[in-house]
Design a protein. Sequence first.
Length: 240
Amino acid sequence: MRILVANVNTTESMTAAIAESARSVASKGTEIIGVTPRFGAESCEGNFESYLAAIAVMDAITSYSEPFDAVIQAGYGEHGREGLQELLAVPVVDITEAAASTAMYLGHKYSVVTTLDRTVPLIEDRLKLAGLDARCASVRASGMSVLELESDPERAVAAIVAQSREAVENDRAEVICLGCGGMAELEESVATATGVPIVDGVRAAVTIAEGLVRMRLTTSKIRTYATPRPKKITGWPLNS
């Protein structure tokens, strides 16, 4: 089984970290391929960058020349999953939805702890669109940018732990979802500080993708995610 894990930004080191996190839970025989878009922003923290990433990820995935069995979109609250599902028959798993759906097996209410406050509405919208918002206690911002997760990890962990504690103590969350692909590997630190289960979206997405492939399930092509109708598209960057 081969799973493509698509970073939504162009930072190669983050792609490597995300792919390594995915491999840590992948089953024997599952090959994880990290994919970095050839264009886009170095980090995604707003609507413009998210819409840009949606096109960049579609370009990167459709440009991949080898066969693959599933795709993971490793951006929290990002746009584009639906477009990928139109282009592909294989399962497409978004880490925002994977984390939230997994969290609901572990507790009554979950909270998401993410990066900057400006990303909170994007995550809230993605959870609402997916029908996963009813059991979301809160979406909290740590105040750390995506790139600071790499450049200042000690301060990032402290900020994420602080907001996770607030979510558990004040919002009554019973599970914490780490709201950024770049937060991989932080589960232990946050779990120790809060005493609740911590869900990383990348790892949750791997287990879901593997399960879908094993069950031989594919994306429905009847209505919503039917293959795009053939037509002339001017200036489209895909595969150009």
